[in-house]
Design a protein around this ligand. Structure first.
Ligand SMILES: Cc1cc2nc3c(=O)[nH]c(=O)nc-3n(C[C@H](O)[C@H](O)[C@H](O)COP(=O)(O)O)c2cc1C
Length: 195
């Protein structure tokens, strides 16, 4: 089985990078495979162009999607599952990942006459500076889940899982204290993804 991992963090010096590496190790240790899109490293263009906007907004399947978008769509359609790994920025994914959805979820692929494969599973692993109780307090956790599962992934995957690694801001002593246990958890999520 194969998982397509969409990883989005601007720095290798981060908890999120370590968490991504642990997840990938879990995937391969369970005898499965992955394809990785590291959006910052790839310099993936995430501003939708006017041409793309007019195509998608008018429900047109011409012109053809750009080559970089097509490549991402092929990665999806050659996989069984998808994983999104990112830090929470202002109760959302980083703008680069949001822009990835703007372009890759194109008309004729993700909506309209869909050509996107129905995936077995989507897992989201995100790091949050805040404690999870604080994210719950104002319904922020719920909004993050709703946007991802109620909109972007709705009807496109069979099973979903949202995992938050909280208290990971650099001034929080729990970041270091929970570091190994969190990486072990990410590893297990990779290892058991297809069970
Ligand atoms: C621009 C920016 C916005 C952030 N917004 C949030 C937020 O809305 N909620 C939250 O819990 N943490 C927020 N954080 C904290 C990040 O999620 C935190 O940096 C990350 O989880 C720490 O892991 P890292 O070492 O991988 O960056 C924000 C951080 C930055 C830099």
């Amino acid at each position: 089985m194969k998982v397509f991992v969409v990883y989005c963090h601007p720095s290798e010096n981060s908890f999120t990078k370590n968490m991504c590496d642990a997840f990938l190790r879990g995937v391969t240790d369970s005898g499965n495979e992955y394809i990785l899109s590291d959006l910052y490293k790839m310099g993936f263009t995430t501003d939708i162009s006017e041409e793309e906007y007019l195509r998608d907004a008018n429900y047109r399947d011409t012109p053809e999607v750009a080559e970089d978008v097509r490549a991402e769509q092929e990665k999806i359609n050659s996989s069984d599952a998808i994983a999104f790994i990112y830090p929470v920025f202002w109760t959302e994914a980083p703008a680069k990942l949001v822009g990835w959805f703007d372009r890759v979820w194109s008309y004729g692929f993700a909506y309209g006459e869909k050509t996107m494969k129905l995936l077995d599973k989507a897992i989201i692993l995100c790091s949050a500076g805040n404690p999870v109780e604080r994210l719950r307090q104002f319904g922020l956790l719920d909004s993050m889940k709703r946007v991802m599962f109620g909109d972007r992934l709705f009807g496109r995957v069979k099973q979903t899982e949202f995992v938050v690694f909280d208290n990971t801001s650099r001034e929080n002593e729990l970041r270091e204290k929970n570091w190994d246990a969190n990486l072990q958890k990410a590893y297990e999520k990779g290892k058991t993804l297809f069970l």
